[in-house]
Design a protein around this ligand. Structure first.
Ligand code: PRE
Length: 179
C-alpha cells in the first residue's frame, strides 16, 4: 500500500482481531501435532477425527446462533490450514532427516483436548465477527492483520487458507473512472 494512500482501510474491528488470534493459536498447535505425527509415523490425515471435529462444531453452532453448515465450513477451513502446516513441516523435517527436539504433549490425551477447548472460543468469536463478514473492507482488514500474526511463510500461507472464507464473497471493486 503506497504511503500516500488517501483512503487507508478503516481499522480492523476487535471481534476480527480476537478471532484471528484464536485461528493463529490453532495453527501454532499444528506444529505440536506434526511432531507427534513424526514420532508415531501416523498419517497427517485422520478422517474419523475430522468428522468428530466438524460434527461437534455443528452441534455447538446453535448455542452461538451460527448456522450449522457455516460452523462446519469454518472448522473445515481450520483443519485444512492445520494440515498445510503439518505437511510443510514434515517435508522440511524429512529433508533434514530430523525434527526439532521440542517437548511434545500426547496427541490424544493432551493436544486434541486443547484443540477442542479452543474450538468453543473460535465459535464464540466467529459469532461476534459475523456482522462484519459482508463489510466491503473485510478482505483489506484480513490482509493487514495476517502478516503481523504469522511467524514464517508457511504459517502465513496457512493463515490465508484458514481465513479464506471469513469474508462474504465480495463483488469486484467499482472502477474509479466510469466508462
Ligand atoms: O488430530 C489430528 O490428528 C490432527 O492432525 C489435527 C486435525 C485438526 O486440524 O483438527 C487435522 C488433520 C486431521 O485429519 C485431523 C484433525
Amino acid at each position: 500500500k503506497p504511503l500516500d494512500d488517501p483512503h487507508p482501510p478503516p481499522p480492523s474491528p476487535e471481534p476480527l482481531k480476537h478471532l484471528l488470534s484464536m485461528i493463529n493459536e490453532r495453527l501454532e498447535i499444528a506444529d505440536l501435532v506434526a511432531l507427534t505425527k513424526w514420532d508415531s509415523a501416523q498419517p497427517v490425515q485422520d478422517s474419523d477425527r475430522e468428522s468428530t471435529v466438524i460434527t461437534d462444531a455443528k452441534r455447538q453452532a446453535a448455542s452461538y446462533a451460527i448456522a450449522k453448515n457455516e460452523a462446519g465450513q469454518m472448522m473445515a477451513a481450520q483443519i485444512e490450514a492445520n494440515k498445510l502446516v503439518q505437511y510443510g513441516l514434515l517435508s522440511t523435517w524429512h529433508s533434514d532427516g530430523k525434527a526439532p527436539l521440542t517437548k511434545r504433549p500426547d496427541l490424544k490425551n493432551q493436544i486434541r483436548p486443547r484443540l477442542d477447548a479452543l474450538q468453543t472460543g473460535l465459535l464464540q468469536q466467529y459469532a461476534e465477527f459475523i456482522p462484519f463478514r459482508a463489510d466491503p473492507a473485510c478482505p483489506l482488514w484480513i490482509n493487514q492483520e495476517l502478516p503481523q500474526l504469522a511467524k514464517d511463510e508457511l504459517h502465513e500461507m496457512a493463515l490465508i487458507r484458514a481465513t479464506g472464507e471469513l469474508c462474504a464473497p465480495q463483488p469486484p471493486a467499482k472502477p474509479a473512472v466510469p466508462h
